[in-house]
Design a protein around this ligand. Structure first.
Ligand SMILES: *Cc1c(COP(=O)(O)O)cnc(C)c1O
Length: 454
């Protein structure tokens, strides 16, 4: 065994003091977000009506490479960061591969995922602006949990619109949020105009992320002293999540390890974008080469089967339009899909990097994702979130390829969180009742045909 430890920790003093904005190094920038009414690029003033002002500035800034991480945020980070970079010796042995596998584990906090990295930043800027509270949506519940933790830390009101099907299927997630002081409302609700409209149009609907976003935005703009915050997709979220990549890079550098391949799961693209940012920065500046793979569910394949076009970020069509790889804002994954990552679109930064072929993408079916999760759990101990297990699947596939070729590649993947609240999905898998559904071209065409004409 080599002298690389199982867990590569950074010292507290080695933690990043700035976030890295990869857009600054992109020669061709992501397309600007547009006002859905005027179809003109949104202005800071317009955006500040929805988002906290400092966050709106970060959203629109594609030239500043580094942003200082405020000391208050760094202090909070210190409670659960730096997160470990783990050498997966046991998985390597199990696979009998010459590859060296590393994973950056973001599940070591009560919210159970990387989402706390951005939640604490967004709550901080809301507090600093003197707001009373924030509104948001949550799907499976990880973002809502992270935000409720962050809001309780800064003593802010937190109103969460939770996709109805999750609200009913994941009562314990809901209780975690309530314990941290958040109000949790199943979406679509009757609290908002858009919720009432969607309920009337689709009676009995179990909701979607896009719909919950519309409700949360409406709730923010209709209450004084409130703004809306979002847990993924936005460029500001990628900026905050760059802390993952910066730490990973610092840890690899500390041991003189050069990553060959970097793999991350992609829902809205924030953990992937954050993990790869410093590495992509090196590629953009011509300093290094990496093979980067985004992994998405075959049942919600925005990068691999979507179109690169302007689309709404939400079903209610109240958010700005973003140019992204999308399946159309009306797309809802099939009901048997259990693995998360169900957003119809993709971060405009990740989309543009993909379009420039700096990163590649792969889609995987959920039963194979859970097989990978089980293999990983049994040898590495951690019970992975289904979302994270998409990255595990491809890391295992690539390590097995190395076994054939005899290459000792350094494979780094993002292990975004733990799966303790996903036991219904694990139960289905363990009982052999999980099935795969890949949407047909016909299915996809329906929502893609509804894209706005821009
Ligand atoms: C939310 C979430 C994801 C996907 O979101 P991204 O914005 O694509 O990173 C992945 N893993 C876990 C554990 C999550 O909670």
């Amino acid at each position: 065994m080599s002298d690389i430890p199982y867990k590569i920790y950074l010292e507290e003093s080695e933690m990043p003091k700035q976030w890295y904005n990869v857009r600054a190094d992109m020669k061709k920038k992501p397309a600007p977000i547009l006002n859905p009414g005027t179809l003109q690029p949104v202005t800071l003033q317009e955006l500040s009506g929805i988002f906290c002002e400092e966050l709106a500035k970060q959203e629109l800034d594609d030239t500043t490479p580094y942003f200082d991480i405020p000391a208050e945020i760094r202090d909070f980070y210190k409670m659960y960061r730096p997160s470990p970079l783990v050498r997966a010796y046991c998985l390597e042995k199990k696979l009998d591969t010459p590859a060296h596998i590393y994973y950056k584990f973001e599940g070591n906090n009560t919210s159970g995922s990387h989402k706390l990295n951005s939640a604490i930043a967004q709550a901080y800027y809301a507090k600093k602006q003197g707001l009373k509270g924030v509104t948001t949506e949550t799907g499976a519940g990880q973002w809502g949990t992270a935000l409720s933790m962050a809001c309780s830390y800064f003593d802010l009101d937190c109103q969460v619109y939770m996709v109805k099907v999750s609200y009913e299927q994941k009562p314990f997630r809901r209780e975690v949020m309530r314990t941290y002081g958040a109000t949790v409302t199943p979406s679509p609700s009757m609290n908002t105009e858009v919720g009432r409209r969607i309920n009337a149009e689709f009676p009995g609907t179990t909701g979607s992320l896009g719909c919950a976003i519309s409700e949360a935005v409406e709730a923010a703009v209709s209450q004084e002293g409130y703004r809306y915050v979002l847990g993924s997709v936005l460029s500001q979220v990628l900026l905050h999540q760059s802390v993952i990549g910066l730490e990973a890079k610092a840890a690899l550098d500390k041991y003189g390890i050069k990553a060959d391949m970097i793999i991350g799961c992609a829902g809205g693209g924030s953990n992937l974008g954050g993990l790869i940012s410093p590495f992509v920065g090196e590629m953009l500046r011509g300093e290094n080469q990496y093979e980067i793979i985004a992994v998405e569910p075959a049942s919600c394949p925005s990068l691999t089967r979507g179109v690169y076009a302007y689309d709404f970020c939400d079903t209610g069509k109240v958010c700005p339009l973003a140019k992204m790889y999308t399946l159309g804002s009306g797309f809802i994954p099939s009901a048997n899909h259990a693995g998360g990552l169900r957003y119809h679109g993709m971060s405009s930064v990740v989309s543009e990097l993909y379009d420039q072929k700096l990163i590649s993408a792969r889609s995987v079916e959920q039963t194979s994702v859970f097989e990978a999760a089980r293999t990983f759990a049994r040898v590495e101990g951690i019970l992975p979130a289904p979302e994270s297990s998409h990255a595990i699947r491809v890391a295992i596939d690539e390590a097995l390829k190395c076994k054939e070729t005899g290459e000792a590649k350094n494979i780094v993947f993002g292990l975004t969180g733990t799966g303790y609240f996903d036991m219904v999905a694990y139960q289905k898998f363990n009982d052999g009742e999980m099935s795969d559904y890949i949407p047909t071209d016909e299915d996809l065409k329906k929502s893609i045909d509804m894209l706005p004409k821009v």
